[in-house]
Design a protein around this ligand. Structure first.
Ligand code: GMT
Length: 375
């Protein structure tokens, strides 16, 4: 199939899922066209089946807001015609489903029928899309999509509760490539991050408010009071400076490393003993799955789709949002005992295998075929 993928090209989870999906589909022989405003961060272009088309939005002083949706829908029409694309797959409803629908209509006007699959990722439903200023257009564009998927049952339930949706929503969870994980726990690399007796605790996110970053620091603060430990904070975003200040206030700056955005996630996870994800909202929790795929147990909140990924008492533990005390106690239960830690590591990997690329990507392929047949 020839598939156009529309996504955000940034470090956010929806962009990562869209990019990894496109790359895997390309490996399976499909022709993939990424259409967005910048080259996606994880996109390696040295693949004959992968193409990238940039959406340019010329600056014009009359406009207070530059019309990205307009430029995107025009680009979609042009690329569909030029490359004879069979299907549009838009990731994150806002504004991609809306622009995709406009492109479909323009193409229909020229006698070209093309189906559109919309994947709902999380904040496009739970936070942004739900805002009264956007809700009408988001509801409309979800209902006008030929197929709709959500990344967890929890997100599907939220969508049906918050919007007036007439479409079927198919749950297709986030997935993970398990083959190329780095397992070289070599002492010289580990020594850059921590002393041999210290446990390595990691958090990875885009440091937005929903990630509950202060709780990451507070849980770690309690852990390091009981056992030697270091905290790796990977990623960047609006809450990072506040987190640095909190570490200063708690007197733990020498025990916390802030990496910023990193392309060495797997290397860091390979050296990690425990992952923290105390999010206020999390439709799935791709970062937790990435940790588990590297045999790292997860201490998380029980918000959104996290209980579908992090299995309580198996791959880690779940607590109510904000229950820092219980999260720290559960963390210590896992990492204070070498045998227990090893058991949790093993189980984390086993759970992660349920979300392998081989199991999940065919679900998208089947959905594409259905959409094309029905269009
Ligand atoms: O906030 C993020 O983590 C980024 C956001 C996005 O859409 O870029 O991630 C959402 O999509 C991911 C991929 O499907 C999910 O794994 C994340 O749980 C989800 N984030 C939230 O719901 C907060």
């Amino acid at each position: 199939m020839k598939i156009a993928i529309v996504c955000y090209p940034t470090f956010g989870g929806s962009g990562v899922v869209a990019t990894e999906l496109g790359l895997e589909l390309a490996r399976r022989g499909h022709e993939i066209h990424f259409i967005t405003y910048r080259q996606p961060v994880r996109l390696a272009l040295l693949n004959p089946n992968v193409h990238y088309h940039e959406v340019n939005v010329p600056e014009y002083p009359l406009f207070h807001y530059q019309p990205y949706e307009l430029a995107l829908s025009s680009k979609l029409v042009d690329m569909v015609k030029l490359h004879k694309i069979d299907l549009l797959h838009v990731h994150y409803a806002i504004p991609h489903a809306y622009a995709g629908y406009m492109a479909k209509q323009m193409l229909k006007d020229q006698g070209i029928i093309i189906p559109m699959v919309t994947t709902l990722h999380g904040t496009d439903i739970t936070l942004v899309g739900n805002h009264p200023f956007y809700k009408t257009a988001v509801t409309f564009s979800i209902n006008k999509s030929d197929k709709v998927t959500s990344v967890s049952q929890s997100l599907k339930d939220d969508t049906l509760r918050l919007f007036d949706i007439r479409n079927e929503i198919e749950v297709i969870p986030n997935f993970i490539e398990l083959e190329n994980k780095i397992v070289d726990n070599i002492p010289c690399k580990r020594s850059v991050m921590a002393k041999p007796e210290e446990r390595i605790i990691t958090h990875i996110s885009n440091f937005r408010k929903v990630k509950n970053i202060p709780d990451v620091v507070k849980v770690f603060y309690k852990i390091q009071q009981k056992i030697p430990a270091k905290l790796m904070m990977v990623g960047d975003g609006p809450e990072k400076a506040k987190a640095e200040k909190l570490c200063e206030k708690l007197g733990i700056t020498d025990k916390v490393i802030f990496f910023g955005n990193s392309n060495e996630i797997n290397q860091i996870l390979a050296l990690t003993d425990l992952f923290l994800l105390p999010s206020e909202t999390e439709s799935f929790g791709l970062a937790a799955l990435e940790a588990m795929a590297c045999s790292v147990p997860v201490i998380s909140s029980n918000s959104g789709g996290l209980p579908e990924v992090n299995i309580d008492g198996v791959s880690g533990y779940l607590s109510n949002i904000g229950d820092v005390k219980e999260m720290a106690e559960n963390a210590l239960k896992i990492i204070s005992d070498e045998n227990n830690l090893n058991l949790f590591k093993k189980k984390s990997l086993e759970v992660a295998k349920q979300f392998s690329v081989e199991k999940i990507v065919p679900l998208y392929e089947n959905l594409y075929l259905e959409a094309i047949e029905e269009s």
